[in-house]
Ligand binder design. Sequence first.
Ligand code: 3HC
Ligand code: NAI
Length: 706
Amino acid sequence: MNTAHHPVQLTVQNHIAVVTIDNPPVNALGVAVRRGLQQAITQAQADAEVHAVLIVGQGKAFIAGADIREFGLPPQAPALPDVCNAIEACTKPVVAAIHGPALGGGLEVAMSAHYRVATASAKLGLPEVQLGLLPGAGGTQRAPRLVGAQAALDMMLSGRHVGAQEALRMGLIDLVATSDDVQAEGLAYVRHVLSEGGAVRRTRDQTEALADRVKHQVAIDAARADVAKKRGLFSPARIVDCVQAALDQPFDEGQRTERTLFEQCLASPQRAGLIHSFFAEREVLKAPETKAAKPRPIKEVGVIGGGTMGAGITVAMLDAGLHVTMLERDAAALAQGIARVEKVYDGLIAKQRLTTEGKTAILERLTGATDYSALAQADLVVEAVFEDMAVKHAVFKQLDAVCKPGAVLATNTSYLDINEIANAIFRPQDVIGLHFFSPANIMKLLEIVVPARVSADVVATGFELARLLKKVPVRAGVCDGFIGNRILATYRTAADYMMEDGASPYDIDQMARAFGYPMGPYEVSDLAGGDIGWATRKRRAATRDPNAKPSRYVHIADKLCERGWFGQKTGRGYYLYPNGARNGTPDPEVLAIVTEERAKAGITPRSFTADELQRRYLAAMINEGAKVVEEGIALRPLDVDVTLVHGYGFPRWRGGPMKYADMVGLPQILADIRAFAKEDPLFWQPAALLVKLVEEGRDFESLNKA
Ligand code: 3HC
Ligand code: NAI
């Protein structure tokens, strides 16, 4: 008996061919599904007993699109555009009944059907742009014919999901079903179509939505101008070209245009980077502890400290619907902490994204306290007090005394040894690092830092919190700076060395922006405030091991701080910000300080090309990333990638530094590091893992799969 699972099934019920796609988890259009769909249509076409066709998805989705894992592999027939054309060419009416996601190729299948009905759960979209692609199965030609150029461009350039009601208003679907029983609703609609005469209505032949050419040309021109302003991404301009083709060319020619441009996108490194990001962002969720243990319940949370981080974390928790108790040192500090929280919501009110009543309702879930007994019922407490071990110890001692058994006790420390924090109390198994990024209510990254003695369900709770807060969690081990700040420290040092050796901070920032960062490292320093790093450096200088190997120290940042030039908030830092300007202008006095410091250090300045600046910056990042993986601080290279993309502005379309290294080729990266090491062997020590991978002819991706 053949028990093989067929991802596409065909049954005939009362003259209606029901084509069911059953390819868990999301009915992606892998080769077997494409083949099955094509066969089913051929069969339905040939069967005289069949009067109409219904396409429906099994499980939680209609169809989530092309199978993303197949991109970059040799294509296998039938191609999706051919399958879609076959559906559309059917001479019997074809209805798509949509529930859940109908995305990318999934929506393209639906648009190739002659009629569309959707349940309330439907999410329709053309998110290819987020993968560096464009809808490549006729979507760029069919969507404008159904909804007009403007709405089609909006869907394809944003990639957003459209709900059933909106889809109906747009003209993307014909009916919103009244129940969730998608198959029954689909069958009912087929019967309705047949009762009305069973006309075959092909999207390719629709002309009404594009009738007003002038209006659509205006929309296309506006989209093109908008896309040109946003640097970096390759596929958006091609999407606009495709919509232009939909307006100007007959369907078949437009589809050929689409194919050519789709293939350009497919071949672009951005496609590879974005698809790497897509899978990496899902892979980070699968830390071993999330499989081994169940999270503890989280309802009531405590936040200690109402400073920059404590306030941001409080907002993130409130936004997730949690009840929060904020604890501060005294009434005055508490009032300031609460005011910081209110300021965030007042900002939303000013932008008309929240009402006053909305704010009141949110703040009802916030309680302020100065006495630890208020945290007795908390399920989870996050500490965000000063970065000082003695202060942290004092806080955890109090938590140990008042918190209920099983409460998760988390620290937001940036650098301190969480093992030391945990070992000082009676319940080290409950202590974990939850490292948020500033501003904590906005930044997506959450490093889940796992000390030696923590129990697995506490780690799983950290991941569950990330899910509730809609954060991107990455599991990290304990070391100085964990994954992100440790790597940051290394490439920032490389930048400072380049500055002292002859590059201007403005050239370095320009290089980073050209690479795809929203800002360069010195602009970031000016935005965050130079005083934060200065305080850390001073604290570390006091405790630095006198026997440690001598390493180079660049004084330029300290010289700026000594003058009170902390960045934007003081009107000057590396840049000048006259009259509260947000974009800085280069400062000749800063360049004079740089020159002076070079002279003091006995350095004859040399010149760097933009390419050299970039190679050094990236090599430092990649080399430290390899060390972080080698030491088990990050589980895999992809964890480093997700950290740098979601916490440090690394361009997502490049996939992350480790993916970038794979694309450049690890032998090239290692050769660069070895060349730089000739000048400075202490700083440029190649990671043993990098050397090993090069020797074995492997890449970082080989470790992601392991
Ligand atoms: N291909 C292959 N695998 C896919 C997939 C796809 N299109 N979409 C989702 N998956 C996988 C995920 O990797 C994940 O696998 P895992 O369990 O092994 O980690 C699993 O399906 C479940 O996905 P999520 O965890 O994301 O589940 P959610 O329920 O949170 O979200 C979803 C479901 C909204 C469908 C979301 O997965 C999604 O947005 N998927 C991508 C949709 C997309 O971009 N489609 C366009 C593809 S490109 C295309 O169609 C080109 C065409 O124009 C030619
Ligand atoms: P901050 O100085 O803005 O806020 C600290 C707050 O803690 C102050 O409001 C202070 O009154 C309060 N506080 C101090 N001792 C306390 C005690 N014993 N009990 C109750 N409250 C107390 O500092 P910030 O920037 O918010 O940093 C807090 C923690 O977060 C630090 O560990 C820091 O390393 C970490 N962190 C900071 C990031 C940043 O970008 N600022 C990013 C990620 C982590």
